[in-house]
Design a protein around this ligand. Sequence first.
Ligand code: MG
Length: 398
Amino acid sequence: MPLTIRNVKTILTAPENINLVVVKIETSEPDLYGLGCATFTQRPLAVKTAVDEYLKPFLIGKDPQNIEDIWQSAMVSAYWRNGPVLNNALSGVDIALWDIKGKLARMPVYQLFGGKARGAVPVYTHAGGSDLDAVEESVRQMMDKGFHYIRAQLNGYGGKFPVSAPPGSLPGAYFNPDAYARSVPRMFEHLRARVGFDVELLHDVHERVSPIEAVRIAKAVEPYRLFFLEDALPPEQLEYFEMIRHQSATPIAVGELFNHPLEWRSLISNRLVDFIRVHISQIGGLTPARKLAAFCETFGVRTAWHGPGDVSPVGVAANVHLDISTSNFGIQEWTPMSDRLQQVFPGAPTLKDGFVTVSDAPGLGIDLDESLAEKFPCHERLPEWTLARTPDGTAVRP
Ligand code: MG
């Protein structure tokens, strides 16, 4: 009997109060199934609807081995395409199909991608504090834990400097872009003076400044030799990366908000960025991410896939299988996994001395305890941090 897709399920869970979306594809072989990450943490029900109501009927009865054909045909089956909801839904399916493919081959997924290009995957972790000494202390703690790549933030995104909003201002997450921009070179001057240059430091602007201010920051931090400066510009202002490139040799990373190939194509082919850091589920899964990595290799651009807490451990495993087998891998963002999260997702990638490894079990090597996952339902609270406002009350990119 030919192998077919028998059922597609969407599992919502929030073991750490972060909404996660996982797709499970069951096949005509009783114990053969795959898991994929479809996490759009702010819109989980929209993704679930897209999977349950549209992709599931599209997939039932198809051969799960034909990943490329399923990806291409599912991507265009709605005609309109490349938005975050449908891309995440497709990613859940795509990563689950790679998991099934590995189980069929009795190999970990990284072997299907060409095998190990390195022994383990170096990761960067987050350090931060409310003043310069606290940031320094946090960086030192991460160095003591064995991390060689550390992202440093003073007081979170945008710095939370005091703002006196004008009367009648609307509610929101107010911040002061000018005070923040001035603080960034000061922070790196402090850190390099105290911890030296033998540790790689990174910083995330999180689109919090005007384009010309992003140019100024990239120039100002140049003496401090960042590993990269992240999201200096929002996706709506990508043309300014050329200006940054012409004025600074600070390495540039971008991409966690990208959904559409046109967002990255000319940045890479014109060598305007150094690291591509898309959120793999936001572009549709491992199938497009592998092609993106190969495209980057041609132009000397390295990968740094987005790895926040709103990538499920299944998605983290997918990231690491790709990292370990990609020649032009740069770095992997790492968010610590709690014991509870690892109980819900047994077999998740593991961290040791700043390096991550994946299980050598067939497929992604990760599972999902569905009855435990049910005990941590998703919430429907709207996030406040996405309502960023400048001191005069204007809503801006978060
Ligand atoms: Mg970021």
